[in-house]
Design a protein. Structure first.
Length: 145
């Protein structure tokens, strides 16, 4: 009786690289397309990325969390008017609007350290991590005085 063995041509020579990266490599093919599972995984990751890009910072919660650790928050805005414009004109996202510039020049003085929290392309990151980072960072800064 013939022994059934895996044909080397069925193996992806790049599959071993998966242990070194989370990138989508060596997903294989099904005809001229990728396998259904790889396509579904990609679509799910893409949906998560879209959710992250279009999410917003919970400013009220962030302000309350900062107040608990005795930090003052000054909310500023960039020159973009909405998320769509930010995605189309990221250069405007790097510039403060005139009202924010005025706030900075008139209200913010004498700070030894200023911590800037910017949502950029993932407000989830701010909502999930900003206060935890500050709870670790601020005591260390205070100890270094």
């Amino acid at each position: 009786m013939a022994k059934i063995t895996k044909h080397p041509a069925d193996e992806n020579p790049l599959a071993f690289l998966k242990e070194f990266t989370e990138a989508r490599i060596a997903v294989g093919t099904t005809g001229t397309s990728i396998p259904a599972k790889a396509l579904l995984d990609f679509n799910l990751a893409h949906a998560h990325a879209r959710d992250a890009v279009y999410s917003t910072v919970d400013v009220d919660q962030l302000s309350a969390d900062l107040a608990e650790v005795h930090l003052q928050m000054v909310s500023l805005c960039s020159s973009v008017t909405d998320r769509v414009q930010y995605l189309q004109r990221p250069d405007l996202g790097r510039k403060l609007n005139s009202e924010s510039v005025k706030i900075l020049t008139e209200q913010i003085t004498g700070a030894d350290v200023t911590i800037v929290i910017i949502d950029g392309l993932s407000s989830f990151a701010i909502n999930d991590n900003a206060i935890n980072l500050l709870k670790l960072l601020v005591p260390r800064l205070q100890d270094s005085e």
